[in-house]
Design a protein around this ligand. Structure first.
Ligand code: FAD
Length: 321
């Protein structure tokens, strides 16, 4: 393979998103001997160039402009289109994030790129690149391929390895020019103060209706702190007002793909399972031995989460001491 690949990187809380590094590593693989370009947007864009080089970028296109510090549809679409027109890549890769879910379809349609979203795997079959993506809420996978040479792919966080592949990255400033902004972001209200993003967390501990009240999440927060994980929830817990909907995992919430998912007081409804089925190891804690969650869990603990979770926290703490 000898392709020109352009990766759109993103930041969160002034740090590069992990999925952007995963996209770069995939980009390096697909570029082969070709060129891997990374685009970084925002007033601190230049700061990210060394890291993007470490992960294989040959060239980093820097759009050093405060208008890109927060995602804004018009500004991002305008500039992504300009960057693509200027670099004419064969393959475009971005994270399957809320922002890129918004931006990618319009850009692909406008510039005549094929679009495959939410990829969890890319493989070679008979000399062809095949893109694998989940369908039917994760119950099945479909394999797709592009029929033309212009490919736009979004990848699901946590499914591709981010592997350093040092390259001597050349930085190239890019001026987006005037942007016709039809809407502007006036304010961003962050509902969650969690340090670890649920979508990118390697360990997720979730609470369901079984937490019984807001304070019921406290033992889960403690376990998450000890393990370096993030805390999520079922819709049951959100509906009861025990936590914010930003924590909801499932078909109509976030789709997580951690190495370890611990479900506490969650029955395992199909809509919840849709958001966790790609986790590497699922542990369920539920006092009902017949709870459906045990049907998909790798390890099940039948018992009261308020007894078991603190025991786990204590045990992990001891092992870390
Ligand atoms: P419950 O089903 O009430 O289960 C609570 C569990 O806690 C029980 O199994 C009980 O045995 C256990 N428990 C109670 N006390 C304890 C204790 N002390 N220790 C241990 N275990 C205990 N749901 C989602 O989660 N995410 C979605 O994205 C989502 N999208 C939906 C979309 C649609 C269109 C619809 C119709 C539904 C959706 N749902 C979603 C809702 C879903 O169907 C379930 O209602 C929901 O997942 C149930 O949440 P739960 O497991 O926390 O609650």
């Amino acid at each position: 393979m000898n392709k020109k690949v352009l990766v759109f990187t993103e930041t969160k809380a002034s740090a590069l998103r992990q999925v952007s590094l995963e996209a770069l590593s995939l980009g390096r693989r697909l570029a082969g001997e070709g060129t891997l370009l990374a685009a970084a947007l925002g007033s601190k864009a230049a700061d990210y160039a060394p890291t993007l080089g470490e992960y294989g970028a040959d060239q980093v296109l820097i759009v050093s402009d405060a208008r890109f510090n927060e995602y804004q549809s018009d500004a991002y679409r305008h500039t992504m289109v300009r960057l693509i027109e200027r670099t004419e890549p064969d393959v475009i890769i971005a994270g399957h994030t809320a922002n890129m879910k918004d931006a990618a379809p319009g850009i692909a349609a406008r510039l005549g790129y094929g679009l495959i979203t939410d990829c969890t795997q890319v493989e070679f079959e008979g000399g062809e690149l095949i893109y694998v993506r989940p369908i039917y809420a994760g119950k099945a996978f479909e394999k797709k391929r592009f029929t033309s040479g212009k490919m736009f792919v979004t990848i699901r966080p946590n499914n591709f390895k981010a592997e350093p592949s040092p390259a001597d990255a050349e930085t190239i400033p890019f001026e987006p020019g005037d942007i016709d902004l039809r809407t502007v972001v006036r304010d961003i209200v962050h509902k969650s103060t969690a340090a670890i993003d649920l979508l990118e967390a390697n360990i997720v501990i979730s609470g369901g209706r079984g937490v019984k009240k807001k304070e019921g999440f406290a033992p889960l927060q403690e376990l998450a702190a000890v393990l370096g994980g993030a805390v999520g929830a079922s819709r049951g817990a959100c509906d009861e007002g025990y936590c914010d909907y930003g924590m909801q995992i499932g078909q109509t919430g976030k789709v997580v793909t951690p190495d370890l998912y611990i479900a506490c007081g969650i029955s395992g409804a199909i809509q919840h399972v849709a958001g966790i089925s790609n986790s590497k190891v699922i542990v369920a804690i539920n006092k009902d031995p017949e709870a459906p969650i045990f049907g998909i869990a790798d390890y099940g603990i039948v018992g009261d989460m308020f007894e078991i979770v603190p025991l786990l926290t204590e045990e992990f703490r001891k092992r870390q001491a």
